[in-house]
Design a protein around this ligand. Structure first.
Ligand code: HPA
Ligand code: ZN
Length: 369
């Protein structure tokens, strides 16, 4: 297996010179002897998917929302899925507990605190306004709560973060267009648009016009494709929507011509291994195509998708692929550099973060015990 070639611009991340220990989940970088944490960007994270059972129960009590159970073990026990739709059913059923600006603040604050401990320097965070508006929450409250948490995350943890507004593809193109129109008064609070929810039967081309409108607003364009849908969804996301990044994209590997295109153009793919296992997109983590994607020179990075539901945050994903796929420090450094290359931050920030990866790989970490 080899790492990715260097990106078309920017520096090359150095390969590691020594072995490093991935920190235990939740361990933070510190000067107290704890292992340093690999710096990375998280580019595929649904803020609604960070709703941990503890916060779910607390918000339900505060807002007078009835849950089928308030037993945490029982709630967690329900987090078993057979496919994307079975997950979405539970995910949407839990979201009525989010009612106020404060609720959205607490949700994003909890994520950013956890992400900081996981080494995240940059987060590009999806949110689903259609769900909240349908639940009777004003978009202004959603945006204000999330934006306040992002500002706080920057002040407290030094995390650079922005929001990406996702359209729910199963609600159709007209609803997406209405959502974008409703969101444009809050234009300065989000940097891009994405496409999520049930994939099969809702191909990207349905959303051509709303993506064109978003592009006219200088919004960044990303789309889920190639999670449950086939390679043709990835082609459409690129060619019809003009997506700059593909979320998931693992089924692109079924089409050699598409793989060539993704490599030639270094189109980022935000892969979510624990999500893919939880939603049975792959049978086991050991069977994941991630090593092949790396060996084919694709610009792939790791992400947690919906960490409260899929068994872990970004550091848990890194630890899992190291353990189950035998990825080395060099691979992890490549994934981290790819995440920075793929993000929508300023170039100077990208270079600074990639230099941090160099520092990590150059032996700043203690030897394994
Ligand atoms: N796929 C599609 N839509 C989603 C997901 C996902 O993994 N998580 C939240 N919305
Ligand atoms: Zn997703």
């Amino acid at each position: 297996m080899t790492g990715l070639p260097a990106g078309r611009k920017g520096r090359v991340c150095r390969r590691p010179t020594g072995q490093h220990v991935l920190p235990a989940p939740g361990a933070a970088a510190s000067d107290s002897g704890a292992p340093p944490v690999l710096p990375c960007a998280e580019l595929h994270l649904h803020i609604e998917g960070t709703l941990e059972p503890e916060l779910l129960v607390r918000l339900a009590a505060r807002n007078g929302v009835r849950l089928p159970t308030t037993d945490l073990a029982e709630l967690r026990g329900r987090y078993r899925f057979t496919d994307l739709q079975s997950f979405l059913d539970l995910y949407y059923a839990n979201l009525p507990v989010l009612r106020t600006e404060q609720d959205f603040y607490e949700l994003a604050h909890a994520y950013l605190t956890r992400a900081a401990a996981a080494g995240v320097r940059r987060a590009e965070i999806f949110f689903d306004p259609q769900t909240h508006m349908a639940n009777g929450v004003p978009l202004a409250a959603v945006v204000a709560g999330l934006s306040a948490a992002l500002a706080d995350g920057s002040a407290r943890h030094g995390i650079s973060a922005d929001l990406i507004l996702c359209f729910l593809r199963d609600l159709g193109a007209a609803a997406a267009a209405e959502t974008l129109a409703a969101a444009l008064p809050f234009r300065e609070h989000f940097i891009g648009v994405g496409l999520d929810s049930a994939e099969v039967g809702y191909p990207p081309a349905l959303f051509r016009d709303v993506f064109a409108r978003a592009a006219a607003e200088q919004l960044q364009l990303v789309a889920h494709a190639g999670e449950e849908g086939g390679p043709e969804y990835v082609w459409e996301a690129l060619d019809v929507l003009g997506a700059q990044r593909i979320d998931h994209g693992i089924r692109a590997m079924e089409d050699p011509r598409l793989v060539d295109r993704l490599r030639a153009e270094q189109i980022p793919l935000t892969v979510c291994p624990l999500s893919n296992v939880a939603l049975r997109v792959v049978e086991t983590l050991g069977a994941h195509v991630l090593p092949v994607m790396l060996s084919r020179g694709l610009r792939v990075c790791l992400n947690s998708d919906d960490p409260a539901y899929f068994g872990g945050y970004i550091d848990d994903n890194l630890a899992a692929v190291r353990r189950e796929l035998g990825l080395t420090d060099a691979h992890l450094a490549t994934l981290a550099c790819n995440s920075f290359d793929a993000c929508f931050a300023h170039d100077a920030d990208k270079q600074r973060w990639k230099a941090e990866v160099d520092g990590y790989t150059a032996g700043a970490a203690p030897s394994p015990r």
